[in-house]
Design a protein around this ligand. Sequence first.
Ligand code: NAD
Ligand code: RM4
Length: 254
Amino acid sequence: MGLLDGKTFLITGGSAGIGRAAAIEAARQGADVAINYVGDESLAHNCVAEIEALGRKALAVKGDVAQHETAGAFVSAAISALGRVDVFVSNAGICPFHAFLDMPVETFERTMRVNLHGAYWMTQAAANAMVAQGGGGAIVAVSSISALVGGEYQTHYTPTKAGMHSLMQSAAIALGRHGIRCNSVLPGTILTDINKDDLAGPDKRERMAARIPLGRLGQPEDLAGPIVFLASDMARYVTGAALLVDGGAFVNLQ
Ligand code: NAD
Ligand code: RM4
């Protein structure tokens, strides 16, 4: 018995990092999976192959989440292949670390468009499909500890993560009457491509790790369980909530 037996699971940015780990765990827990991806085809095909090897259906749909039309196209392709939308995870994101005082307009706008506008339109498209098919659903946003605390080189990024968390709170109200739950996970510092350069030097990496009561930076797989839990019926009375998955970093003041 899997936690997501018989369900379909759609996720953006599913070919790498946290998204890939969540997509594969969802398949292990019994879901058929559709991933959105941008860029490297071979990573996306590799993820699909891994899911199929687990005996589940999978498809990869290419699209830039910053473009409004990507949302409808992804959800339609997933419904054509898998039949319905039970779970949607808004995961795609970027964090081009940059100082505040000389933030380029393009960097700011791209970060807003990918992280926040992308999450908004994708969530709306998935929710419309869930409402039309009936029977409820679950939406999970991959927000961040950065929704709650700042970052000197993340002044464009942290508002998008706070915005995603806020979007889940408001969507939880808008969609509750349809039986659709909306929650966020707030990862701490997880070792993926998004922060590979930022954590390349030993100083910052050690400083970040030193703040974590559980004694290590995170791995993408650390998010898979919390995402699947919130997506599953085990969390049937949880909506509008945010789950820190940070090894205790946030609470570690002194
Ligand atoms: P990652 O770079 O491995 O994954 C990001 C994914 O998003 C990639 O697959 C990338 O191709 C995809 N993506 C980027 N722009 C896209 C676009 N325009 N359209 C479609 N897909 C796009 O990094 P990750 O750490 O796995 O990031 C996943 C999410 O987790 C992000 O939203 C990030 O903000 C969030 N997060 C990460 C950390 C961390 O420490 N790694 C912490 C908190 C939150
Ligand atoms: C997260 C958090 C991490 C950072 C990533 C890119 O939200 O701020 O520390 O490495 O983003």
